[in-house]
Write a protein that binds this ligand. Structure first.
Ligand code: NA7
Length: 541
């Protein structure tokens, strides 16, 4: 039997927050659209990252859609930082509320996308053999969605269960009474280790590089706080969109170096007590000036040494090889204090690297470890991984993989020259991963929807980034990145965590407010730097 072939105006890949809102906007334009989702339900990142303790590090009142006033008024978050199950419930609520499911195909993994130049159409091939043809192809595939397994010999030899935090099973995992080994100390590990340690008999944490973490001070949302947001939601959202991170929190305009040591300490104490990623806004120059950054680093080191009782463990937990904030700062609940528990041990992989995974656990250069379960908190092939997992070929059959052989290039992180009508929501070259992802997603989706409407008004059927505009943008992204301390860290922003990945600083660090102005200005100038054309058959029609 021939496999199903579908024809729509637009195809969206991914039913996370980007894909859901994109579908809603396309419907508003009267376009036929379908969403292809590899998972069995909506939610994207929040569908897959079900590890214990998984939470958002942006406050709930801000990590939510702003496009619909009734939605933002009706939905009630229970905690300052929402848990993964609550965020997933929210994604499901939105899907139902806007009747989105009828245009989402689940269990639909896209393996290839081909641009048919003559017809100006995209053909998407799915793993099940079916296909979808569309004028527009919108990748809503996420920035941290391609789970990265570590290159450790013997990984498949382990006889017990091994869980990747980014691909956690849907059935509950119970660690009660078990000996658990956790590899990695990034945000996912820092959130999950305290929860696993409260359950398991023993937890051994294998740390290659320590990370900076700031307490969440999570708490239930009280009515007064909720009201303060909801009474003024639209205006507060408008304000947040103008800020660097898209998150509305207090920003200190002072340099860390222009105040007295006492005032500086007091400011850090206040920021630490407030908690969350806002810690990096304690002073204005923490991400630009090495000396300023060192003052924040030293403060956090002191906090770690204050909390962790064993001085040797505390030393190991103090990050020294990257400036604070140049890897996304983690937000935790009791992470450092967890190392005071008698059932938790920290192993320093810098001193004793992992030799191999064994049937019963793992072996470092000096010791054999036995576990009942392994947790791989080893991160993602960020920003490009999910896009390159699809075999995408544009004009002249050139693949995205080839176009990005030296690192991702794009115009605004929205389009790539040679790939007409293919959009990337929160793609590399946009501020996405350095921002409140919801703000970035909404901005990209709105920009794309507005571009499609403008094209229609002009009779254009094709939009493509011009190579010179793309070159300019790539240069700008690199220049702004180089003016900060970010490239100093061996981070996934740089692609360093994936062997063979070109080491390029991928996100735009100019801030979401500035970025939005740039995007709006380009649109106002008739989509400057984009080529808008009519396909021959459309022009003739
Ligand atoms: P991260 O932040 O990339 O953390 C991955 C961790 O895994 C990190 O500590 C790595 O150490 C460690 N890792 C990776 N491979 C290995 C091997 N082979 N051996 C030992 N340790 C390894 O991913 P997360 O999922 O925690 O967080 C990603 C983002 O999601 C986060 O920034 C939030 O925005 C949400 P390394 O630093 O490479 O030495």
């Amino acid at each position: 039997m021939p496999k199903q072939a579908t024809r729509v105006d637009a195809v969206i890949v991914g039913a996370g927050f980007a894909g859901l809102y994109m579908l809603h906007r396309l419907r508003g334009l009267g376009l036929s659209a379908i969403v292809l989702e590899a998972g069995e339900d909506v939610g994207g990142t929040w569908y897959w990252n079900r590890y214990p303790g998984a939470r958002c590090d942006v406050e709930s009142m801000q990590y939510s859609y702003s496009f619909d006033e009734a939605l933002q008024q009706d939905w009630r978050w229970s905690e300052r930082y929402a848990t993964q199950p609550e965020i997933l419930r929210y994604a499901n609520h939105v899907a139902d509320r806007f009747d989105l499911r009828r245009d989402i195909r689940f269990d639909a993994r896209v393996s290839a996308a081909r641009y048919d130049e003559a017809a100006s159409l995209w053909h998407l091939m799915l793993q099940d053999g079916s296909s979808v043809t569309a004028r527009f192809c919108i990748m809503a595939t996420g920035c941290l969605s391609s789970a990265k397994r570590p290159e450790i010999p013997g990984l498949d030899d382990f006889r017990g269960p091994a869980y990747h935090t980014g691909h956690w099973p849907h059935d509950p995992v119970d660690f009660t009474g078990l000996r658990v080994g956790v590899i990695g100390t990034g945000s996912s590990a820092i959130q999950s280790i305290p929860v696993i340690a409260a359950q398991a008999a023993q937890v051994t944490v294998f740390q290659r590089t320590p990370n900076f973490s700031v307490p969440a001070h999570n708490r239930p949302i009280d009515e007064a706080y909720e009201r303060s947001w909801k009474d003024d939601y639209a205006a507060r959202r408008r304000h947040a969109r103008t800020l660097r991170t898209g998150i509305d929190y207090p920003l200190n305009p002072l340099s860390a170096l222009e105040v007295s040591a006492e005032d500086r300490e007091r400011q850090y104490e206040t920021s630490w007590a407030a908690g969350g990623t806002a810690f990096m806004a304690a002073f204005s120059d923490l991400l630009r000036d090495e000396d300023a950054n060192a003052t924040a680093r030293d403060f956090v080191h002191r906090q770690i040494r204050r909390i962790v009782q064993d001085p040797k463990t505390a030393d190991l937990l103090c990050p020294t090889n990257h400036p604070i904030g140049t890897k996304r700062i983690c937000v935790d609940t009791d992470y450092y204090a967890t190392f005071n528990r008698p059932n938790v041990r920290l192993v320093d992989l810098r001193a004793t690297p992992i030799d191999r995974i064994t049937e019963h656990g793992l072996r470092t250069t000096t010791e054999d470890f036995s576990f009942d379960a392994l947790v791989l908190a080893t991160g993602f092939d960020a920003m490009t991984g999910a896009l390159l997992a699809i075999d995408i070929a544009g004009r002249g059959g050139v693949t995205l993989r080839d176009a990005w052989a030296d690192g991702p290039v794009s115009y605004l992180g929205l389009m790539v020259a040679g790939f007409p009508n293919l959009f990337t929501i929160t793609g590399p070259g946009s501020p996405s991963v350095l921002s409140n992802m919801m703000v970035s997603i909404e901005q990209h989706v709105d920009w794309i929807a507005d571009a499609l409407a403008a094209m229609r008004a002009r009779g254009a059927t094709s939009i493509e980034a011009a190579p010179d505009a793309q070159d300019d943008w790539v240069r700008q992204v690199a220049e702004v990145g180089a003016s900060t301390l970010y490239p100093r860290a061996n981070s996934w922003y740089m692609g360093v965590n994936v062997p063979g990945k070109p080491q390029v600083f991928m996100p735009y660090v100019g801030g979401v407010g500035t970025y939005r102005e740039i995007c709006d200005d380009i649109a106002a100038r008739g989509y400057a730097g984009f080529r808008l054309t009519a396909a021959p058959e459309a022009a003739a029609a």
